[in-house]
Each structure stands twice: as C-alpha cells, then as structure tokens.
Design a binder for this molecule. Structure first.
Ligand SMILES: Cc1cc2nc3c(=O)[nH]c(=O)nc-3n(C[C@H](O)[C@H](O)[C@H](O)COP(=O)(O)OP(=O)(O)OC[C@H]3O[C@@H](n4cnc5c(N)ncnc54)[C@H](O)[C@@H]3O)c2cc1C
Length: 391
C-alpha cells in the first residue's frame, strides 16, 4: 500500500481546507444555532453553483472530447471528504447535487433516464437536489421489510407508502423511491421508481428533528396513490430492468461506506484539534488525565484512518473490499463517538452549556454510526462474511 499523497490530491485537500474553513464551518454553525436546515434560497447554495458544485459525474450522452472524465482515485476522494467533514459533515450532505441515487442511475438507468434525471445536473441553472428513499418507519436496518408498494395500473404503476429520514426529500427535483412490486418475493420483489416533485399524491413532507447534523434536512413523506408511468421504473425497458432492485440499492450503500468512515475520521480529527486548543487555552496540558484523553483520541483517529484508506485503496486496485468497507465504517463511527465523548469530558461544565464546537461534534457524530447501515449491522455483515454465509 502506497502511503504518499500525490500532488493533485494534496492540492485538492488544501482547497478543501480553505473552503471548509471559509464556507462549511460558518454555514454548519449557523444551521446548528437555528436548529434548522439551511433554507433552499440560502446564499451558500448559490455560491456552491457558482463554484461548479452540485454537478453530476455523468458526462452526457455525447460527451464533448474537450471534457474528458477526470480519473480520480477512491483514496483521493476519501481524503478530500475527510478534510471537508473536519469542517462540517452536515454541510457535505446539504450541498446540492444528484446525491445518493446518482450511482444507481449511472449503473442501472437507461440512456433516457440518465438524460432526463441527470441531464439537469450537468450544468445546473440553480441549486438542484435529488434523493434516495429507502427507509420507512417500520423498515430501517431490515430494508428487505419495506412495505411501500407499487401496483401495476395499465402500463404504469400506483405507489403507496411512507418514508422517513430521507435526505433533502422536500427540496428534491425527483425522489428515487424503493418499493415492492411483489411482497411475497421479499427483497427480490423490490424495484426503484422515479417520482418527480409535484406528482399528485406525493406529500406530507415533514422535516425531522435531529440531535445533530442539522444543516441538511432529513424528511418523512407519504405516497398516496401516486401514479407514475412505466418509464419511471429504474432501468425500465433497458437491459437492467430485472436487475435494478434491492441489490442495486445495497451496492450504493456498500460503495459509500469507506467515505462515511473517512468523514467520521475527519470529525474525530476536528475533535482532537479542538480538545488540544481547549487544553492549551485553559492551561490543562500539565494534567495527566487531560493528556491521557488527548493521546487516546489521537491513537484512535490514526487507527480508523488506516482502515478507511485501506478499504479505499483495495477499491482502487479493483480488489474485493466488502469486509474492509464494513470494518472501516463500523470503526470510524465508533472512534468518532469515543473521541467526542473523551473531549467532552475535558470541557467539564462548559460541555453541558451547549455552546462549544466539541458539544456540537458530540451530537453530530452519532449519526455516522446510523447512516448507511448501523455499526451493529456492519458487524453482523462482517461476521457472516467471515464464516461464509451470504451477507
Ligand atoms: C441523519 C440521517 C440521515 C439518513 N438519510 C437517509 C436517506 O437519505 N435515505 C434513506 O433511505 N434512509 C436514511 N436514513 C435512515 C437510516 O438508513 C436508518 O436510520 C438506518 O438504516 C437504521 O434504521 P432505523 O433507524 O430504523 O433503526 P432500526 O433498524 O430500528 O435499528 C435500531 C437499533 O437496533 C439495531 N439493530 C437492528 N437490527 C439488528 C440486528 N439484526 N442485530 C443487531 N442489532 C440490530 C440497530 O443497529 C440500531 O442500533 C438516515 C438516517 C439518519 C439518522
């Protein structure tokens, strides 16, 4: 494994540091203070578009030869994500763009679907969002248990159900909704459907209250006899029509795990720096118990970082990384939580006052253990893989 960071990645990390300090940290603190996601018309989002953020990775049906696809390593992306999360993890998710469902559309969508749903993200004229809606009040970790259903209606579908904790749902141009077309087939009966904003029957949007990561919305909504055409089924009419189901959704989560791990590492690094600052400002560095906490955080951060970089490095080598991806996700989130907890102890009574960044980080890191498969679920998947059972 190569430990040096190439010049291009180093430059991108430095840019991320500058952007994080200037834009991410203040925007994240503002949302946390207001206990509400940044509104759609917040100037932060306009500046994102001006900087060229919020775009799709898709190159268009006829990519101009002058715009070759950038060849970037997973390790490079992961290190940049770590740096951005250092400044504010919630803001990463608040940024406009095709987000979580983009990978599903890229891998399983037809050309028409890519054009229709990713096309507007090629050069967005305004901040645009999309979201992936899997979780339901009764189906989180056990995603195979979801009950939102799609029933045939002529050549289209009628969708009914309820979703919760869906990132950016109320501001999305379209929602990729996971539903079952045949409950008797379990996960094999699941398909994904594009539901466009404003479709009749899509509604009841309610932004959830969260303890942390308040800068982006996590939203519940309902589908009440929502009618969509056959062409709204992911992959419909294409060679992936039968393949675009539960496995596609899970692949999206698998690919994201080392990134979530790296973001947790970035947050733990932030905790470490803030803890050292606090100890220096309050003349605590001569106390053994204080240095013990700082050493504990630093050692954990390095361990988690090694694991996330290794999972990404294996992906770059086109080698299987499924166990490492789950390990890095479980470990990164656990370490971020332990680090924030250690650092909060240093603050003493100031920690309870709720106006120190360490207290915010303490609330933010919990979600890293929950999103895209909880820590317990990762451990269960690792154990099953180790003994040769299907995941
Ligand atoms: C900030 C945030 C953003 C999110 N964004 C999205 C999104 O954009 N799209 C989306 O679809 N979902 C999203 N989610 C939902 C997320 O994927 C679920 O919260 C997650 O899958 C856990 O499901 P649950 O909350 O229903 O918990 P449950 O599945 O009810 O689990 C509760 C507890 O039991 C444990 N547990 C469950 N099963 C087992 C088991 N077999 N063995 C051991 N322990 C177990 C879990 O680890 C957890 O600690 C988001 C959640 C949060 C907090």
């Amino acid at each position: 494994m190569e430990f040096s960071i190439d010049v291009d990645v180093q430059r991108r990390i430095e840019e991320a540091r500058e952007l994080g300090a200037k834009e991410f940290r203040p925007a994240g603190l503002e949302a946390d203070r207001n206990a509400a996601p940044l509104p759609v018309d917040h100037p932060f989002f306009e500046r994102c578009i001006e900087r060229g953020e919020g775009r799709t990775r898709w190159q268009g049906l006829n990519p101009p030869s002058a715009r070759p696809a950038p060849t970037r390593t997973v390790v490079g992306t992961l290190l940049v994500m770590e740096e951005l999360a250092y400044w504010d993890r919630g803001i990463i998710n608040a940024i406009p763009g095709p987000g979580l469902p983009e990978q599903s559309v890229l891998s399983m969508g037809t050309d028409e679907q890519k054009e229709k749903y990713l096309g507007p993200f090629l050069e967005p004229d305004r901040p645009r969002w999309a979201c992936f809606a899997m979780t339901e009040p009764g189906a989180g970790s056990d995603a195979a248990a979801l009950t939102t259903n799609a029933k045939r209606d002529g050549d289209g579908w009628i969708l009914n159900g309820a979703k919760c904790f869906i990132g950016s749902a109320s501001r999305s141009d379209w929602l990729l909704v996971q539903a079952t077309v045949d409950p008797s087939k379990g996960r094999g009966g699941q398909r994904a459907f594009f539901v466009e904003r404003g479709t009749e029957g899509l509604g009841g949007f309610k932004i959830e209250k969260k303890m942390g990561l308040k800068s982006y919305e996590s939203t519940s909504f309902t589908l009440d006899n929502v009618r969509v055409s056959a062409a709204h089924q992911l992959g419909a009419g294409g060679r992936n029509e039968k393949k675009a189901g539960f496995k596609t959704a899970m692949q999206t989560f698998n690919a994201g795990r080392p990134i979530i791990a790296a973001q947790a590492v970035g947050m733990a690094r932030s905790v470490l720096d803030e803890a050292i600052n606090f100890a220096k400002i309050h003349d605590l560095t001569k106390k053994d118990r204080v240095r013990d906490r700082i050493e504990g955080i630093a050692r954990r951060v390095r361990k988690a970082r090694m694991m996330s970089v290794r999972a990404a490095w294996l992906a770059d080598q086109q080698r299987a990384n499924i166990i490492e991806a789950s390990m890095s996700k479980a470990l990164g989130a656990q370490i971020a939580q332990e680090s924030a907890s250690f650092a909060l102890e240093l603050l003493g009574t100031m920690g309870g006052a709720g106006n120190h960044i360490i207290e915010k980080l303490y609330r933010d890191v919990k979600a890293m253990d929950i999103v895209e498969g909880t820590g317990q679920i990762q451990k269960m998947l690792i154990a099953r893989s180790l003994v040769g059972l299907p995941r």
